[in-house]
Ligand binder design. Structure first.
Ligand code: THU
Length: 128
């Protein structure tokens, strides 16, 4: 499934609304029930209102009633695979299991795989 998510993340980046940064990001995620949601970053003249591509995909899924997410792929037009910001890592922690696969994709299609917990160890929650 990851291969599909990679091409869908790249496709999603084409819809990015990035008149300020010119830095498109695309994301594609798979829900536990097998549905796919894509997202892109959406900027605003009031810069702080920008929504990242990963969070757009997650919020689309959650707003359609999908709370259990399986894995996500994230694409940036960068020489090396792009790594998600802290806000997106925290949001990912809310809806993915710690062991969920995250595929990070570079401009040339090269990928690096890690987990949600790799990206945000000791996230905001009561320690077990
Ligand atoms: N951006 C994302 O879409 N995801 C991230 O994880 C970090 C940054 C976007 C926000 C903004 O539109 C552009 O990349 C430059 O920061």
């Amino acid at each position: 499934m990851s291969a599909d998510l990679v091409s869908l993340a790249i496709e999603a980046s084409k819809k990015a609304y990035v008149p300020y940064s010119h830095f498109p990001i695309g994301a594609a995620l798979l829900t536990k029930s097998g549905q796919i949601f894509q997202g892109c970053n959406i900027e605003n003249a009031s810069f702080g209102l920008t929504n990242c591509g990963e969070r757009t995909a997650i919020f689309k899924a959650v707003s359609e009633g999908h709370l259990d997410l399986e894995e996500i792929a994230i694409y940036g037009e960068t020489a090396n695979p792009i790594s998600p910001c802290g806000a997106c890592r925290q949001v990912m922690t809310e809806f993915f299991e710690p062991s969920a696969k995250v595929t990070l994709i570079a401009k040339d299609g090269r990928t690096v795989e890690m987990t949600v917990e790799d990206l945000l160890p000791y996230s905001f929650k009561e320690l077990e």
